[in-house]
Ligand binder design. Sequence first.
Ligand SMILES: *Cc1c(COP(=O)(O)O)cnc(C)c1O
Length: 395
Amino acid sequence: MEYTKFFSNVADWVKPNPIRRLSTLINRPGIISFAGGVPSPETFPSEKIAEIAQRLIQERGAEVLQYGVTRGNRQLIEYIVEQMQTRGVKTSPEEIILTSGSQQGLDLLARLLAEPGDIVLAELPSYIGGTYALNNVGGTLTGLSMSEDGLDLDAITEKVLKMRDLGCQVKLIYTIPNFQNPSGITMSLEKRKSLLALASELDLLILEDDPYGELYFDTPPPPPIKSLDTEGRVIYLGSFSKVLTPGLRTAWVVAPSEIVAKVELIKESADLCSSMLDQAIVAECARQNLVQSRLAKLREFYKIRCQAMLSALEKFAPSGTNWTKPTGGLFVWVELASQIDTTDMLSQAVEQGVAYIPGAPFYVSDAKVNTLRLAFSKETPERITIGIEKLCKMF
Ligand SMILES: *Cc1c(COP(=O)(O)O)cnc(C)c1O
């Protein structure tokens, strides 16, 4: 049977996520893995969650095993309003919708905001889940380079005006300002302000994807771009995945109420509502202060691992190697001497018992093949040192 004649354009636009495709290679047992960009299961409060889940099902089964409203658990939305306030974002329940992970938020927003041919601006490198969601609706991703303090803003105006001259719609800029996945880079306060001014000048919306903002090691990152937004240009995505557990698939969007109302309608078609049980568990964790009270420990946990990775790189990296020095999050980004192709070298690394993610797939354009992403979340400090030494020797 020939199916392509039945397909829509989407079938041409979707492509497999190269990281997920590599997963059998990089998840070999025993391997020292810097590949998976996931939080450490050691940080999950599993017993507490089991207790909460059991009690919720027994005592409130009629509610948590039932369909619910598309907007999401009201109690949790109110908690998020409070939390956003502590990050400097004044908001209200009308401006919030809960989603099944930020990934769903990105997908719904892509469907709302982008159509075939639209240009979307994204960082080089950027988060594949985000750029693919925008790509899947026919958006054309255009890359913007980054420095140590975030997006390079100088070239944006010229780029946007040029594309508009060619008749292209440019509406959106997608950024991960805190401890970015994959680069570990954080955008400075100055650049946050400038980006916002630029968005206003060029009439763009900003998609601010912030799953790592609370995972700083010593000092908090600058306030969210959303907190500086006076015109309603910023759509903010937050998630419980990296600070509680990703399996509960609970995240949120903060946006002007008109945008949230449309996202709600699209979500209704996507899944009617997110898992009521998951949301109720997260709401109960929040009520018991389980999210906030664990943050100090989490930050210390990842800080020690990050330090182990940075010291090992300092000690073993071949000359000509550059890497980022993240102050939070889960990732270090490495740029090797230009002749090294990290995709070619992955199977050799795996043979030697170490896995990483090649950098090229994270670029929407102008890929640097000599880059790689190292996640320090999974391995102990001792294994991080051993793994980095092996990798560096190979390179
Ligand atoms: C992990 C991650 C997300 C998505 O997480 P969810 O589990 O879907 O909430 C979104 N953006 C970035 C940059 C991430 O690293």
